[in-house]
Design a binder for this molecule. Structure first.
Ligand code: 7RM
Length: 650
């Protein structure tokens, strides 16, 4: 009894937060009018708009054409030559930025380092020469398996300097993940460390690499940075120490003149089924994308300290820990460890100590902070903050309001930024001095982004009707292909609605044109013909005072098609009970409607998440239907979660 194909929306959030006059006055984009004017121009004259942005950067040879679009393959800044590391480093050496901090770093044990632009340039040039010395050339693929330490940025920039293609693998991933990525990319070298710190323990990175290299492999060289001092095996003829290699090189390494479409990196994202996809990004368009979004979305100024808490192994770490801030000559803060080590106030301690101005983090982290208790926040002076950001998942309005009040002191705008590994840079987002925000909405498209929502047939849907989020034209930082698999690229992203990019996310647009992401299309529930996104039901659950976090999945049901199963974690000190289950069901009923009431509520200690904080609903679906968990679990942060969940009381 299917009613229609659209995703329904019942949870309507009415609060609106306007940019303050003070913020707007000093911002890059100062009003909604100015945003609209520039947006219109970016859509009607993209060449002019992006050409102007690109001209703010350094090109060794000017491009001939801004964009060439042969569906579904785009080329940006065709004929241009440039180097990304030159734009992140050399470009700033001719100005007083030379002596400002490029990277402020804090290790989990509390060790600290500062690298000025000049120092970072020096290190990158030397390490680029180490790469050359080890026969790594332009176009070669290099795996980087490092923690969030300055050497991760140095290694990435050194690859970019000589035109080698890096593929960063999360420090949290296992030997299997390393092996798969080497096999798919045909990499010839790995850059790693002996170990890294995570919650006080040492993660044996080098050992994982050794295990991943067993048997036949394309890897000829492993360069090892000494970080944790743990005992490791060094394979004669294959493995070399980073610090020893530096003894043989000087710091003279001119940036290679690379074609604008020269591959910059491959980053693997887990596909919902099958093997991970190697998302390929190239040089010119990617640089322009991260440069402009960093400038307009984070409104970054020379005197700012910008902290994106992502691991470098996630696309957010690539674009907004390393490349975006450095391309803008900003100071980027890097932190190696966990947010609750040694205590749950580590983030607030760092913000107070370094006087951080802009904080960019994930909703999952925010919900954890709420759970750990406000007293950890109250101990610290967070008055240096002027802007907050979130990324990774829809943020539930409760968490948004908490972030705004407790972290932002009610004075900082929040930019809820929607984007993907595939998009390279932020695509839907508030501009903090211009666009009024609504808690839970990523608001409006960034310049040049032609986003809309369509039904199953590809027809645009009206206001407040849910559907599939698509992008109708290419943008500079878009992926160019799935590495080694053009067909999968075409099929996955461009064939359902020909010539349009399929994001895979469900969304609706409200009467003001604001985008509300309701979750992945694959996760949408179909309950008695009603298509319900996961995020609204989860938001309703989290708005209950005793709930910390919730994940909702569908379970096959003979009568209704699917029934709603909610996995719920409770705030500290709250006891699970039968009454509470009933209360939660009623709570959802009251907030959304009877149709969304969970048929089953399961209390869990923890939810299965990726290291970047995304709930793995695929695993929960299997658990909810009593099936064994199959498929890829290499991106799961903590394996013990699965056993705990299976034991969670029904
Ligand atoms: C940057 C990143 C991409 C998926 C995406 C969405 C979800 C990301 C938001 C969001 C709602 C947001 N890359 N997502 N940001 N959903 N609001 N602001 O996360 O490739 O790892 O994931 O994440 O489903 O498709 S990613």
């Amino acid at each position: 009894m299917k009613i229609d194909n659209n995703i329904e929306s019942h949870l309507i959030e009415k609060r609106v937060f306007k940019p303050s006059k003070d913020f707007a006055k000093r911002a890059q984009i100062k009003s909604l009018d100015q945003y609209r004017r520039m947006y219109r121009e970016s859509i009607s004259r993209p060449d002019k708009f992006w050409g102007r942005e690109a001209k703010e950067l350094t090109w060794q040879k000017q491009w001939k054409k801004v964009v060439e679009w042969k569906v579904p393959f785009a080329k940006w800044f065709v004929g241009g030559k440039l180097n990304l590391s030159e734009n992140c480093l050399d470009r700033h050496l001719a100005s007083p930025r030379r002596n400002k901090a490029a990277i402020l770093w804090e290790g989990e044990p509390g060790d600290r380092r500062t690298l000025t632009y000049q120092q970072l340039h020096h290190e990158v040039c030397r390490f680029a020469n180490v790469l050359k010395r080890n026969k790594i050339d332009k176009g070669d693929r290099v795996i980087i398996y490092l923690p969030t330490i300055p050497e991760a940025a140095i290694a990435m920039l050194a690859c970019a300097r000589i035109g080698a293609v890096h593929s960063v693998v999360f420090g949290g991933f296992s030997a299997d993940a390393i092996r798969d990525r080497i096999a798919d990319s045909g990499a010839i070298a790995v850059i790693t460390a002996d170990g890294s710190y995570r919650r006080g323990a040492i993660v044996p990175l080098k050992k994982n690499v050794d295990d991943g290299l067993h048997g036949k492999t394309s890897i000829k060289r492993v360069i090892v940075f000494r970080r944790a001092g743990n005992d490791i095996h060094m394979e004669e003829g294959r493995d070399v120490w980073w610090h020893r290699e530096l003894e043989y090189v000087d710091a003279n390494c001119p940036p290679a003149a690379l074609d604008s479409e020269h591959p910059l990196y491959i980053l693997y994202t887990s596909g919902s089924t099958g093997k991970p996809k190697g998302i390929l990004h190239t040089t010119g368009g990617y640089l322009v994308g991260i440069y402009s979004t960093m400038k307009y979305v984070f409104d970054v100024r020379d005197e700012d300290i910008f902290w994106c808490t992502a691991d470098v192994g996630w696309v957010t770490g690539h674009s907004y820990v390393v490349y975006g801030p450095l391309a803008n000559g900003a100071t980027t803060l890097m932190y190696e460890g966990a947010p609750n080590w040694p205590e749950p106030d580590r983030f607030w301690r760092i913000i107070e100590d370094y006087r951080v101005n802009i904080l960019y983090t994930a909703p999952t982290a925010i919900r954890a902070f709420i759970r750990w208790g406000d007293e950890w926040v109250a101990k610290h002076d967070l008055s240096s903050l002027r802007l907050l950001g979130t990324v990774g998942e829809p943020i539930n309005p409760e968490a948004w309001i908490w972030y705004h009040k407790k972290i932002g002191g009610g004075r900082c705008p929040i930019v809820d930024t929607w984007w993907q590994t595939e998009t390279g840079a932020i695509l839907i987002t508030p501009l903090p001095g211009a666009i009024p925000t609504k808690p839970g909405s990523a608001t409006l498209p960034f310049f040049g982004v032609d986003a809309t929502i369509v039904d199953e047939k590809g027809h645009e849907v009206g206001a407040n009707v849910g559907g599939k989020l698509i992008i109708r034209r290419p943008w500079p930082s878009m992926l160019r292909t799935i590495y080694g698999d053009k067909e999968r690229y075409k099929k996955q992203y461009w064939s359902e609605f020909k010539g349009n990019y399929l994001t895979g996310d469900g969304a609706r647009r409200d009467e003001d044109g604001y985008f509300w992401i309701v979750g992945r299309i694959d996760d949408v529930l179909n309950v008695a013909g009603h298509r319900l996104g996961t995020s609204e039901i989860e938001s309703a659950l989290v708005s209950h005072a005793r709930v910390a976090e919730a994940a909702v999945v569908g379970r096959p049901d003979d009568l209704k098609g699917q029934s709603v199963v909610a996995f719920v974690t409770l705030k500290s000190g709250v006891e699970p009970s039968f009454t509470l289950k009933r209360e939660l069901r009623d709570h959802v009923g009251a907030h959304i409607g009877a149709i969304a009431k969970p048929d089953e509520v399961r209390f869990a200690e923890v939810l299965p998440k990726t290291r970047s904080g995304k709930i793995m609903r695929r695993l929960l679906k299997e658990i909810a239907s009593g099936a064994r968990v199959t498929g890829d679990t290499t991106t799961l942060e903590d394996f013990s979660v699965l056993t705990k969940l299976r034991d969670s009381e029904e």
